[in-house]
Design a protein around this ligand. Structure first.
Ligand code: PLP
Length: 477
């Protein structure tokens, strides 16, 4: 054996791609075999089966390695057999999108070079590609020429970074007043968590009431701001949601933007889910007012069919990134910057940051706005079809009409507690390996959710899914 060992080969360099190809073919064959071992989006059985199957492969850190191909093929097969497959039409619990093959292939290329966006000398091509992607998405908002942005790990990091910039902005005028953040009662939990991390305090986030359509009420927002001022607090930021995680509800962005401007508060729009509507000419008007925001978070691993992670934070004005600017001797220096060696360190809370923009750039070029928009439209239509099928079932009750691509409903049992029956029927479908459907709560009651993100799902597959829910409900009745 050589010092490096025959299987410890690198993916990059002159011979790297050839070695990678040698490994990719058997890995993908193992994925095919593992997928064929289950008959649905997950294998039937107990929740602990996956851990047992992984453990059965032997020691996670053996003294002597098994070799690249064997380790890869064995683990890839078990991984695929025990995965929850987002490409299966009955995998509809979360904003868990089936990634496009072209994007996965591009992601392999990004991994080969392991580019890191914190410095130019690790990532000249990645820096160019990320800049291009951010500019294209900013035009879609549409933001003006001054706009800028950065790739993030997702909505959570976009919300954290948006609120960090808001906090820095507010500090300039707040004096010694406590800062307060406002979001809707149905905003993502990462808003509160970010406020905690940033020292604003989770208790200093007001969850503003929503209207009958689960959109933030502008009147309630005005009242909450007035009350905060009366307590001597400074309204630092309003976080509007464009696409809540369950219902896809979109807050009235234009009205909220006017209130933010009056209050002198930063407006961050969490468009992690609903931002995908920007690709659809039919649905884009739902996001009217988005361009009034100071910062916007979009997630292309949701309605964008990218492998995780593909978050994007866009700023109306790139100068607003200033609080993140750093001169770090070992990463970026002014003279290098002046000579054109631009580093993107000053746009992110992270240091090492992978080239997630490559897969997005390839996808946007491959499909164009129209192509991505058609995928979004198709999922929207599927949600309405699912709602119609649910309404046609006497034992199912639709909670609200779909807005984007999710449908919330519940099973109405003949006897017993509806909450318990709905919770159990979801687990029955998991145990049988038939479907992965979502579970949530409204007004303290348990509801079920279909998040339709597979644009290739057929009417027949949708029907089978709804029938399976009813059957599982009857079993639990
Ligand atoms: C509205 C909204 N915001 C933020 C997030 C968090 O996104 P991520 O999981 O990509 O961090 C989600 C996740 O589903 C979401 O639905």
């Amino acid at each position: 054996m050589t010092a490096l060992g025959p299987d410890a080969r690198l993916a990059g360099g002159v011979d790297g791609p050839a070695h990678l190809l040698e490994l990719l073919a058997p890995a993908l064959e193992a994925v095919r075999k593992g997928t064929a071992e289950r008959s649905g989006p997950l294998p039937a059985g107990r929740p602990t089966d996956a851990a047992d199957a992984v453990r059965a492969l032997g020691d996670a850190l053996p003294e002597e390695g098994a070799g690249a191909e064997r380790a890869l093929v064995e683990l890839a097969r078990v991984f695929a057999a025990h995965a929850v497959d987002p490409a299966d039409p009955a995998c509809v619990a979360h904003l868990h999108a089936p990634p496009l093959a072209v994007a996965v292939a591009a992601d392999v290329v990004a991994s080969v070079f392991n580019s890191s966006l914190d410095s130019w000398d690790q990532a000249p091509s990645a820096t160019a590609v990320e800049t291009e992607v951010v500019e294209a998405l900013a035009r879609l908002v549409p933001f003006g020429e001054a706009a800028s942005g950065v790739l993030t790990s997702g909505g959570t990091e976009s919300n954290l970074t948006g609120l960090f910039l808001a906090r820095e902005h507010a500090r300039r005028t707040a004096g010694d007043r406590r800062l307060r953040v406002f979001c809707s009662a149905e905003a993502h939990f990462s808003v509160q968590r970010s406020a905690g991390v940033l020292g604003i305090g989770e208790d200093f986030v007001t969850a503003v009431d929503v209207d009958a359509d689960h959109r933030m009420s502008p009147a309630a927002l005005r009242t909450a701001i007035a009350e905060a001022r009366a307590r001597g607090e400074a309204p630092a930021a309003i976080v509007a949601t464009a696409g809540t995680s369950d219902l896809g509800a979109i807050d009235p962005l234009r009205e909220i933007a006017a209130i933010a401007a009056e209050a002198g508060a930063w407006l961050h729009v969490d468009a992690a889910y609903g931002g995908g509507a920007l690709f659809s000419r039919r649905l884009a008007p739902l996001l009217d007012g988005l361009s009034e925001a100071d910062s916007v978070g979009l997630d292309l691993h949701k309605l964008g069919w990218q492998p995780v992670a593909a978050g994007v934070l866009l700023l109306r004005d790139g100068a607003l990134f200033a609080p993140l600017a750093r001169r770090v001797a070992y990463i970026c220096n002014e003279d290098d910057e002046e000579a054109g060696y631009t580093s993107l360190l000053g746009r992110s809370l992270r240091t090492t940051r992978r080239a997630d923009a490559l897969k997005i750039a390839v996808t946007l070029r491959a499909l164009g706005r129209q192509g991505v928009g058609e995928l979004v439209d198709r999922c929207h239509v599927l949600a309405w079809r699912a709602a119609a099928l649910i309404q046609a079932q006497p034992r199912l009750e639709l909670f609200r009409d779909p807005v984007l691509s999710s449908v919330v409903f519940r099973y109405l049992p003949e006897r017993g507690s509806a909450d318990e029956v709905n919770a159990r029927l979801r687990r029955t479908l998991l145990r049988r390996g038939r479907a992965v459907i979502g579970r949530t709560e409204f007004g303290g009651a348990v509801y079920l959710k279909l998040t339709l993100l597979n644009p290739h799902t057929t009417e027949a597959e949708l029907r089978r899914l709804v029938d399976d829910v009813v059957l599982a409900g009857r079993t639990e009745d």
